[in-house]
Write a protein that binds this ligand. Structure first.
Ligand code: QAP
Ligand code: CO
Length: 174
């Protein structure tokens, strides 16, 4: 499967992802193709809609203290649903679909998430800190939501200006 990252302001990022009903080879191929894309682009999380597949699928690979991302730490979530949330955490977020822009975002510190694995087994995970932030960020993608949507009006305007300038520079350097 040949995948590439969909970048803002591409409208496909606004699609609502559909629940996965069939856990077949096509799903496994998608998951297998998402992992190298995420790692090779220095990502720690990726939702299927970011590679133009509107399915409720996301992957996460939170780096360890030494920055390594062993594949043993890969988490695959199908049809995730947050069932409990509390507390507050502010983290400087980025997104593979919004390259080179980072901003502080407030999220829940602690969450419980129900999901299915690639073989349709039901799982529950309690998360806090960076993993919790990453799960919330990726689940937002499944609902067509981006982290820049959470910025104040002033910061969003600043972002749009900076991002447009960056896109222009990208074009003229080609
Ligand atoms: C979402 O984000 C996330 O701009 C995953 O040039 C973000 O992997 C979860 C990336 C923050 C938790 C905290 C962004 C790579 C990667 C860029 C990413 C870039 C290269 C973003
Ligand atoms: Co993202």
């Amino acid at each position: 499967m040949n995948l590439s990252i969909v970048e803002y302001p591409d409208k496909r990022l606004r699609e609502k992802s559909k629940k996965v009903e069939v856990f077949n080879k096509e799903l496994h191929d998608l998951l297998d193709a998402m992992y190298p894309i995420m790692v090779n682009t220095n990502g720690i999380g990726l939702a299927a809609i970011q590679v133009a597949h509107a399915k409720q699928v996301l992957i996460l690979n939170i780096p360890e203290e030494d920055g390594e991302q062993p594949i043993e730490n890969l988490i695959e979530m199908i049809n995730p649903l947050i069932t409990q949330k509390d507390g507050e955490i502010i983290y400087q977020e980025g997104c593979l679909s919004v390259p080179s822009f980072y901003e502080d975002i407030t999220r829940f510190e602690n969450i419980t998430v129900n999901f299915q694995d690639r073989d349709a087994n039901t799982k529950t995970l309690e998360a806090n800190g960076l993993l919790s932030v990453a799960i919330q960020h990726e689940i937002d993608h499944l609902n067509g939501m981006l982290f820049i949507d959470k910025l104040s009006y002033a910061r969003r305007k600043k972002f749009e200006k900076e991002y447009k300038r960056m896109l222009k520079e990208k074009k003229t350097s080609n």
